[in-house]
Write a protein that binds this ligand. Structure first.
Ligand code: KIV
Length: 263
């Protein structure tokens, strides 16, 4: 695999080719992600749940994210490394800029943040300063306490319209990618069609431009496996093969199947 950059991902979208994304938190798994030719390694703040043993992503700190982003960047020189800005690290524009700089200097190629139109000024400022941005809409786990649980979002017309408008605002502000989490399949398809930037789905149906899974979920290591995940390790006896099978299943459109999606 040649080193992946935002032009690679835009090319996939233009050609209608789906691409795989997966989380990684350390150098050993990051290397496996590169060997499986997975285009994007996301240093997600799901780190808090699946590696650090927290009940949510809320306790994850900037130091945690910098530490794990640097480890992933050391283990993988081909995938695009996207790092999450953790809870409350982007609540002001100045914090957004300085904390994004820390993640980029640790080895990220792009930062990800959760939320809608309120983030447009920050995204504009990051883009102006040469920092690529991935938005995150739908189920935004850092807001679990406000959302009242990990629930499918955008099921009624007003909520669906709000997510679509937020997606357009983030794109207009300069976002390069969008993660869409736990929304009905038809909303995932509609947003993907309306946006020029690639949309990465997780529980957002088969029509998004890319799919992302939490690596420990798709290897069956997590205590609770969400509906939108498939255990790829159960189908083989090697982590290397499980990752390669995931990449192939996303590229062919075989994953996600109807049982991984929401109406
Ligand atoms: O933190 C994370 O792993 C994420 C993915 C679930 C998209 O944001």
């Amino acid at each position: 695999m040649k080193a992946v950059n935002i032009h690679t991902l835009n090319g996939y979208k233009a050609r209608g080719e789906k691409f795989p994304v997966i989380t990684a938190y350390d150098s050993a798994f990051a290397r496996q992600v590169e060997l499986a030719e997975i285009d994007v390694a996301l240093v997600g703040d799901s780190l808090g749940n699946v590696v650090l043993g927290y009940k949510s992503t809320v306790p994850v700190s900037m130091s945690d994210m910098v530490h794990h982003t640097a480890a992933v960047a050391r283990g993988n020189s081909k995938s695009l490394v996207v790092a999450d800005l953790p809870f409350m690290s982007y609540s002001t524009e100045n914090d957004t800029l300085s904390n994004s700089a820390r993640l980029m200097q640790a080895g990220a190629h792009m930062v990800k943040l959760e939320g809608g139109a309120w983030l447009t000024e920050s995204i504009y400022k990051l883009a102006q300063r040469g920092i690529p941005v991935c938005g995150h809409l739908g189920l935004t786990p850092q807001s679990v306490n406000k959302l009242g649980g990990y629930k499918v979002q955008g099921r009624d017309d007003a909520a669906a319209q709000e997510i679509l408008q937020d997606a357009l605002s983030l794109q207009e502000a300069g976002a390069d990618l969008l993660v869409l989490e736990c929304v009905p399949t038809d909303l995932g398809a509609r947003i993907t069609k309306e946006l020029a930037i690639p949309v990465i789905g997780i529980g957002a149906g088969p029509e998004t431009d890319a799919q992302v899974l939490v690596i420990y979920d798709m290897l069956g290591f997590s205590p609770r496996i969400p509906k939108f995940t498939r255990n790829f390790l159960a189908e083989t006896n090697s982590i290397e093969k499980a990752l390669a099978n995931y990449a192939a299943a996303v590229r062919s459109g075989e994953f996600p199947a109807p049982e991984h999606c929401f109406d």
